[in-house]
Design a protein around this ligand. Structure first.
Ligand code: ACO
Length: 307
């Protein structure tokens, strides 16, 4: 059997493609693109909440938030490691991120001015991430699928800590309830945008679905997220800011409005409210770490006896 037929059979029979297997160049490139964007999102995603670590209102909240932000760093590292199994170079990917040549999720370009944002990011942003990432545990590339299993377990903790924080705030004062609602109003539409553009504008979906890299379309996952979130919002006592949101008994799903897709594309292009700040922060962290990389390089050369 030729290599291409063997690859197609692996995909069709739900086996995993492994690093040493032959794969089409387009498959490899698509994976590097998606996994690198995913890794960058985890790393940039440390910033919006990292903002609140020094100001968390109690030791318990601080410990939870620290653990969560450290988890995001770990997710980034598993994912960069997965790209390396495809021949990518992590230093090169970092360079592409900090020079704006590779994307990361639009959601992390929104600021977090309120402490309620920590809860809302856990509930909505990590909730959306879980919806999108649980199917990726069955993605066709082995190292990515295995990384996703561990990541999803940790994302589930992130979602729960966010929801629990919001339940606590909603049982507090009127001012705390208003903070939660204000944050939900800001994050609802950007959370829906996390699933990517509508299917008709999703340039990569068709091929990624055929290769079983993606298991569902962007709109399918967005619908799943809305259906999952509406009862949680009711229990919490917040209003989702969409006048078109209602149950459609015929479809067995909620109908809902469309996010502002012009805003989405602007944010993806780097013009989001906190876009420049996020990249500048990452760039500075990278530059500040130069002495560590240099020391590691000199140390390894010394060990190898290079003068
Ligand atoms: N933010 C930034 N860019 C996006 C987003 C988004 N929310 N959604 C889509 N895009 C980009 C795509 O990367 C693509 O650009 P490219 O071709 O230059 O790479 C373009 O918009 C068109 O979109 P699609 O064709 O639909 O892209 P794709 O098939 O890759 O689907 C999706 C996008 C759903 C995000 C997919 O890549 C995916 O599932 N990725 C893994 C999950 C992930 O990255 N999550 C990160 C956020 S969650 C977290 O970190 C907590």
């Amino acid at each position: 059997m030729d290599l291409e037929a063997r690859f197609e059979r692996t995909i069709a029979s739900e086996q995993r493609v492994e690093p040493r297997d032959w794969m089409p160049e387009g498959y490899r490139k698509t994976l590097v693109r998606q996994i690198a964007q995913h890794a960058h999102s985890e790393i940039i995603g440390m910033q919006p909440e990292g903002n609140w670590i020094t100001r968390a209102p109690s030791l318990r909240r601080k410990a939870i938030l620290l653990a969560k932000v450290q988890d995001e760093a770990g997710h980034g590292l598993y994912l960069y490691a997965a790209t390396e199994t495809l021949g990518a170079d992590r230093a090169d990917l970092t360079e592409k991120l900090i020079t704006g040549r590779q994307k990361y999720s639009s959601i992390f370009n929104y600021p977090t001015p309120s402490y309620a944002d920590v809860g809302v990011i856990g509930w909505l942003v990590d909730g959306a991430a879980i919806c999108n990432q649980v199917p990726l545990c069955r993605t066709s590339y082995g190292p990515y699928a295995r990384a996703m299993i561990r990541i999803c377990k940790e994302e589930s903790f992130h979602q729960r800590q966010g929801y629990e924080l919001l339940l606590t705030m909603m049982a507090g004062t009127d001012a705390q309830r208003a903070m939660v609602q204000e944050s939900v109003d800001r994050f609802w539409w950007p959370a829906l945008m996390m699933f990517g553009p509508p299917d008709a504008e999703s340039t990569n979906s068709e091929q990624s679905l055929a290769w079983r890299i993606k298991r569902d379309t962007n709109d399918e996952l967005r619908q799943k997220f809305v259906d999952m979130t509406v009862p949680q919002a009711e229990k919490l006592g917040v209003t989702l800011p969409d006048p078109e949101l209602r149950w459609n008994a015929e479809r067995g799903h909620h109908d809902f409005g469309q996010p502002d897709w012009d805003e989405f594309w602007q944010v993806v292009k780097g013009n989001g409210p906190a876009g420049a700040q996020r990249l500048a922060h990452r760039r500075k962290a990278h530059e500040d770490g130069e002495w560590v990389r240099e020391a590691a390089r000199v140390h390894s050369e010394k060990k190898r006896g290079v003068e």
